[in-house]
Ligand binder design. Structure first.
Ligand code: BES
Ligand code: MN
Ligand code: ZN
Length: 505
């Protein structure tokens, strides 16, 4: 879909549809909505008076018009509910845009025009609104159409209409940024939704190579022999049950060649998690094709960063493997020696994410990357703790935590800081090795994070457990069913912030 800013009078735009809005509790239409209402001889006021529309967040009311020249140029007028003015935020506007775009696609609209939502009494600035509308539209309209023809045809064009010529110079870059971050999020969604037979570790490496070629990043992929040489027994242990070779992938963006500092983004890349010998029950196991959502998010974030070109260096480190049972598979009771020399007793082969991340974290530190941010669909326990709206955030550094939480807030991605009490480390003490790979069921997301911390020295590090929000079972706002691409926009915001800020963690 093409998205552009344009100057004009929304009532006069010739398009299949125009979009105006209404706040919850408003007794009268205001601004551009009032102008459209007037052109429609009070059709919107009458809906408000009859309480047929309430302006509730996510509500999309449709008025079919007979396009009358000189009155309204569009055959459909959509009135988007913005909710209560005091709750208005860029993230809500993103959700509203997702809702009205899907509603208009269902009505077979090819082109549409919208006003800027929330920019008046909603208190959102013009750029933020334009970026949110762009993102909401592109994210909300996303479909995974590779193996099935989509139900509806695409909307081809969206105009964001403003009345002042002087607004255009600030809107264009905002739309541009929105496009880059939304398209990157959709790239992550594509990788997550891809069935595991088409997203093997090798295919994941190819996808990374394509991103590198397209956006000018440096790409590397290490094979088993390289990993053996580096002593990555934990990663290779997980891979040993699969006939698909594991890969350790890196993507690097250099935006500040004079700086020694390079941020490290790590992503769990388990392209299918059957549990291994500690096999999962078959119900819902197919969802585990998305156990590489962390990897997809960091790869897509690098694609966006390469286009936005902030003055910062970033390297993504992605351990990619399948987790399958076989005669050569890792077994409970086995002991593995990770790259940093620590020995790990395997209790459950289904706690595989932390094993591959252990080696990836060691490798990232060997490269001197700092700070480190890892994203992983690590534990069902985190989803139980926080549900599907929030990712759990664990860290050894509060300044970095605050930065990541602020970036997430700007991106509209919800994250919640979780504790890492020393006492729970008891749970992962092993009789025969330095550490074991699982603790008790209660607090499982925390012991997983504590396990990871065994492989981080003093480098500032944040671990984000995205097992809850990585997948969505329903369509709502700018989220659609399937992979959500959570984390991409937070990582992009973080990189932009690092480039801006003087004070580094
Ligand atoms: N990939 C799973 C975690 C997961 C579960 C992600 C549900 C998304 C949705 C992970 O590898 C796993 O299997 N974790 C185990 C850990 C346990 C064996 C300690 C879990 O959460 O049950
Ligand atoms: Mn598992
Ligand atoms: Zn897993």
């Amino acid at each position: 879909m093409e998205i552009r800013a344009a100057v004009g009078d929304i009532t006069q735009i010739e398009a299949d549809a125009i979009v105006v809005n209404l706040f919850e509790g408003a007794e009268h239409a205001g601004g551009a909505t009032a102008a459209v209402d007037e052109a429609l001889d009070g059709a919107i006021s009458s809906l408000i008076d009859r309480r047929a529309i309430k302006g509730r967040f996510g509500e999309v009311a449709i008025v079919h018009t007979v396009a009358k020249p000189g009155q309204v140029g569009a055959r459909i007028v959509a009135i988007a509910g913005l909710g209560k003015p005091e709750d208005c935020s860029a993230d809500r506007i993103r959700g509203v845009a997702g809702e009205f775009c899907r509603a208009l696609r269902k009505l077979n609209c090819r082109n549409m025009a919208t006003i800027l939502h929330g920019a008046g009494s909603g208190g959102i600035d013009l750029q933020a609104s334009a970026q949110a509308i762009t993102e909401g539209a592109l994210l909300g309209l996303y479909t995974f159409g590779k193996y099935k023809k989509p139900e509806y045809e695409d909307i081809e064009e969206m105009l964001i209409v403003v009345s002042e010529e002087s607004s255009l110079p600030v809107l264009e870059p905002a739309i541009g940024k929105g496009k880059i971050t939304a398209e990157a999020t959709n790239l992550a969604r594509d990788m997550i939704n891809e069935p595991a037979n088409y997203m093997t570790p090798s295919q994941m490496a190819e996808a990374a190579q394509e991103i590198a070629a397209k956006y000018g990043l440096e790409f590397k992929a290490f094979d088993r022999e390289d990993m053996e040489t580096m002593g990555m027994e934990a990663l290779l242990g997980v891979a040993s049950g699969s006939s698909q070779p594991a890969k350790l992938i890196t993507l690097s963006y250099t935006g500040d060649a004079h700086s020694q500092r390079t941020l490290g983004f790590l992503g769990k890349g388990v392209t299918f998690d059957s549990g291994g010998i500690s096999i999962k029950s078959s119900e819902g196991m197919g969802e585990m094709k998305g156990d590489m959502a962390g990897a997809a998010a960091v790869m897509a974030a690098l694609a966006a960063i390469a286009q936005l070109r902030p003055q910062v260096n970033v390297t993504a480190v992605i351990p990619a493997t399948e987790n399958l049972p076989s005669g050569t598979a890792l077994k409970p009771g086995d002991v593995l020696k990770a790259m940093n020399g620590k020995t790990i007793e395997i209790i459950s082969t289904d706690a595989e994410g932390r094993l591959i991340l252990a080696d990836a974290l060691s490798y990232a530190q060997k490269l001197g990357l700092s700070p480190l941010i890892d994203l992983a669909t690590l534990t069902g326990a985190c989803r139980i703790a926080l549900g599907t709206l929030y990712a759990g955030l664990f860290s050894n550094n509060q300044d970095l935590t605050d930065k990541v939480l602020e970036a997430a807030q700007r991106a509209g991605e919800r994250m919640w800081q979780m504790p890492m009490p020393e006492e729970y480390k008891e749970q992962i003490k092993s009789e025969i090795a330095d550490v074991k790979n699982t603790g008790e069921r209660a607090g499982g997301a925390i012991t997983a994070a504590l396990f990871l911390s065994e492989f981080v020295d003093t480098t500032p590090w944040v671990h984000i457990d995205i097992a809850g929000p990585a997948n969505s079972s329903k369509e709502s706002g700018y989220t659609v069913k399937g992979g959500t691409g959570v984390g991409v926009r937070t990582l992009v915001e973080l990189a932009l912030d690092e480039a801006r800020s003087e004070e580094a963690v």
